[in-house]
Design a protein around this ligand. Structure first.
Ligand code: SF4
Length: 368
């Protein structure tokens, strides 16, 4: 079986993946319980699909009955510069490293398809490929395969690639020798927990997603809790703070795949404030940012603009006070108020007399 495994490994690296490991398709009881506890505490927030797919998460055979070996493959997407530097540039729209170029799902899916075709030709066998497309307990399996260990930020850390690995999975219907799991190498380091602006991480490798800026700016579609808005700073799509601070990143090298390098310098918030839905769709047509939609995106831009303290942005923000979507109007109220610190009383008084929507009224009443 090792002969097959070596052949498969070689192919995975030839296709362009940076890391690979093999393990059995069984989730241990401790991991299932931890996941159940996460759901019971409602720490997954609005990500209801996690509840719906609980049984499949616990048992990969419910995804594909024939699976005998799970391969986890990793792709290095380490940035050239430390993303933490951008946090201080308040006029900039801070976008997560993984979203600064094309949608990685598309790029990785093509690589996985290449593997699948080769595997079919070589072994005359089917295999299943997933890149966030099935409810696989991927971090657990990444640890089991030796690709990395689960850091206190809950993501995978690798000795070679730090926190910067995209993960995907290949299910095989043949038994292969399993790899040794990774050891936990975090030790007493707590940097990722400490740096988290919203205290979303707790008890070593646990997360309350409802507080996580990545969840709030990407998955969550409603009004972002007022208590967390300031902590978001200039982040408009995702957050990399806990990944970026990890000391293991010092061993990582910037990705060689040009598809994962930033396409351009960070844009100013002003640039995106001048967008409309059509421009948003055109500008981000190959980007994962398209997936969240225009309304949550402009909500994020408005929050970052309020946090910027750049008062000159308010003349663009004002147009959003009459936007048809209450979420946009309400966030614009907060944003302008943040820039002017309760000094726009006349403007807000006028809005109060006109506003019918309860949520926007709530935002306006918060200013009293
Ligand atoms: Fe905290 Fe940001 Fe990490 Fe979320 S991504 S846990 S907000 S540091």
């Amino acid at each position: 079986m090792n002969k097959f495994k070596n052949k498969i490994r070689k192919k995975v690296f030839d296709i362009g993946f940076d890391s690979v490991g093999f393990t059995k398709p069984i989730v241990d009881l401790k991991t299932s319980k931890k996941f159940k506890d996460f759901l019971d505490k409602n720490h997954h927030g609005e990500m209801k699909w996690l509840e719906r797919h609980y049984e499949k998460k616990k048992n990969p055979k419910k995804i594909w009955e024939e699976v005998k070996t799970i391969m986890v493959v990793g792709l290095n997407y380490a940035p050239q510069d430390n993303p933490l530097k951008i946090n201080d540039l308040k006029e900039k729209a801070n976008i997560s490293v993984y979203a600064k170029n094309k949608d990685y799902h598309v790029i990785i899916k093509n690589k996985l398809k290449e593997f699948k075709d080769w595997f079919d030709r070589e072994f005359k066998l089917d295999c299943k490929i997933f890149v966030d497309t099935a409810p696989v307990m991927e971090k657990y399996f990444a640890k089991k395969t030796g690709v990395g260990w689960q850091g206190k930020h809950t993501n995978i850390v690798s000795k070679r690639f730090g926190s910067w690995l995209f993960l995907s999975e290949i299910f095989l219907s043949i038994d292969l020798d399993y790899d040794k799991p990774s050891r936990d190498n975090c030790g007493s380091c707590n940097d990722c927990v400490t740096i988290c602006p919203t205290n979303a991480l707790y008890e070593g490798s646990k997360i309350d997603a409802r507080k996580c800026i990545s969840y709030l700016t990407i998955e969550y579609k409603g009004p972002i809790p007022i208590s967390l808005r300031e902590k978001i700073g200039n982040k408009v799509y995702g957050c990399d703070d806990c990944l970026s601070i990890c000391p293991w990143n010092k061993f990582s090298e910037p990705t060689k795949d040009k598809n994962f390098l930033a396409l351009e310098e960070e844009k100013d918030l002003r640039f995106f404030l001048n967008f409309d839905e059509n421009i948003f769709k055109k500008y981000f047509f190959q980007s994962p940012i398209l997936r969240i939609g225009w309304i949550p995106f402009i909500r994020n831009i408005l929050i970052a603009s309020g946090n910027s303290r750049i008062q000159s942005l308010s003349c663009i923000i004002e147009k959003y006070l009459t936007h048809k979507e209450p979420l946009v109007r309400g966030t614009a109220v907060w944003s302008i108020n943040k820039l002017y610190n309760f000094k726009k009383t006349e403007l807000f008084h006028k809005l109060k007399t006109m506003e019918k929507n309860e949520y926007v009224k709530f935002e306006l009443n918060c200013l009293d």
